[in-house]
Design a protein around this ligand. Structure first.
Ligand code: SF4
Length: 474
């Protein structure tokens, strides 16, 4: 009896440990590997996060066509195969643990994830969770409620997940969506944007499965004028993250057009701000390289966006620094509240200065949300606004070659910045066979064409039998 109590207390103590040594070590490695110019007080990489991971070389096929499309021209000649996906994802995630530590966010990404059978899709998500990854399925969203239900609920009628995360890419550059095969404007797709959120809300009402949804949109000169309108709609539609990606010349060359590039990122950001109805400060918390990512962290109070760190407020900056130091490596997501409460209490005991900072920041946050009344009335909802600027294939390929060849620092400023971006990459893919994480833009620029040509042989759309035996009459 006494032994059991001691074992239980030990187990509880271990479960509520704020930081695991492996997570702390992985963050330290990430920080140390950053270029010196990126080790700045604002940098969250290596402090709060090891960066986002993504799967690759698993299901490159898609049933929509986008311009641009980041996949190679062979992608649609590869069969989507559940067993292959499960095997490869498990291998990739095992490597990710060794490289990036026990916990991370990872996108289940390739071609279109909903082409996987829902049972296979669910199994892969469970495998990612078993590897300590918080998985997010990346989809065009053109799947039915029935598919979503079969993914979320097992054949026994029980939910397989407490929570599902999806990144849904919707824009007018995509062709073949069942409800809008050839959209002529972003405006035509607003109903789809709302409908996706409704589908996940219904899942929660019917089966208790919560969700986190991100909305993605590629920006080219064709739809630039509509960025504000899309930002306005998605900010209040129920998405927790909205991401805009200026088009890059990467992937299938047949889908490039000469005028796709050249949009000033500041112009896009201003349009997003206009749509959200607020300045979106992104300088006080950075994730990776500023030429790759802008992230504005905040929440919506009714129709108003409120920043986590108020620009120009030194007290918020101090609270950020305290948060970086105290919460580094602390597992927060998907943790039962009673475990989280004890973990945070142990953080506060170890670093008592956290408490006054937390109280002060909370008071300011409530004030800028419009006061206690507004908070109670509107129930603030987290909303992160992101712009991810992929590199063109040519530049990413040259920078990767330079980085991996061990060449001495380049004097070409464009190449030097590109190398720095790769070193500070916040979105990379695990490659056990290469023994390294590979930035997603390099994956699409240099590795996908080779891998997809091989996958096309391994997983042909129509099975090829090399050893056909004639039926015998006997
Ligand atoms: S994938 Fe490329 S563009 Fe994106 S963060 Fe990494 S290096 Fe930057």
């Amino acid at each position: 009896m006494v032994r059991k109590v001691v074992a239980d207390v030990r187990q509880w103590w271990a479960t509520t440990l704020p930081q695991s040594p492996e997570a702390t070590a992985a963050l330290r490695r990430r920080w140390d590997a950053l270029p010196a110019s990126m080790r700045v007080p604002q940098q969250a990489l290596g402090r709060l996060t090891v960066g986002c991971e993504g799967t690759h070389s698993v299901f490159p096929r898609c049933n929509l066509t986008c311009s641009p499309c980041y996949h190679s021209s062979d992608a649609n000649k590869v069969r989507t195969d559940g067993a292959h996906t499960l095997l490869q994802v498990a291998k990739q995630m095992a490597y990710a643990i060794a490289e990036r530590g026990p916990r991370a966010h990872a996108q289940l990404i390739g071609g279109e994830v909903s082409l996987l059978d829902p049972d296979d899709h669910a199994e892969v998500l469970l495998a990612m969770r078993a590897h300590g990854r918080e998985p997010m399925s990346f989809s065009h969203g053109d799947f039915t409620s029935d598919y979503l239900e079969r993914l979320a609920v097992g054949p026994d009628g029980k939910p397989r997940f407490k929570r599902l995360s999806f990144a849904i890419h919707i824009d007018s550059l995509m062709r073949g969506r069942s409800s809008h095969p050839r959209p002529r404007s972003e405006g035509e797709l607003h109903a789809v944007r709302h409908e996706v959120v409704s589908r996940f809300r219904a899942l929660r009402e019917q089966h208790g499965v919560r969700s986190f949804l991100a909305h993605n949109m590629t920006v080219t000169p064709t739809n630039l004028q509509e960025v504000s309108e899309v930002a306005r709609v998605v900010a209040t539609a129920g998405y927790g993250l909205v991401s805009f990606q200026p088009a890059a010349l990467v992937g299938d060359k047949r889908r490039w057009s000469p005028d796709m590039r050249g949009i000033d990122p500041d112009d896009i950001w201003r349009r997003i701000e206009k749509g959200v109805g607020s300045p979106l400060p992104y300088g006080d918390v950075v994730v990776g390289h500023p030429a790759c990512n802008r992230s504005a962290f905040g929440w919506m109070v009714g129709e108003r966006w409120v920043p986590v760190v108020a620009p120009g407020d030194a007290r918020d900056v101090r609270a950020r620094d305290t948060c970086y130091a105290a919460l580094s490596g602390v597992r927060v997501g998907d943790t039962p509240w009673h475990v989280l409460a004890v973990r945070l209490s142990r953080v506060a005991i170890r670093r008592p200065q956290v408490l006054p900072q937390a109280v002060g920041w909370s008071a300011r946050a409530i004030r800028r949300s419009g006061g206690v009344g507004a908070v109670i009335r509107h129930r603030p909802r987290p909303l992160t606004v992101v712009m991810h600027m992929f590199m063109d294939a040519d530049l990413a390929g040259r920078a990767w070659e330079h980085l991996t060849s061990g060449a001495s620092p380049t004097t070409d400023p464009e190449l030097a910045t590109a190398v720095e971006r790769l070193e500070a990459c916040a979105y990379s893919m695990p490659h056990p066979e290469l023994g390294r994480m590979v930035p997603a833009c390099v994956q699409h620029a240099a590795l996908d064409p080779v891998v997809n040509a091989e996958l096309r042989r391994q997983l042909p759309l129509i099975p090829v039998y090399s050893d056909v035996t004639e039926p015998s009459d006997a």
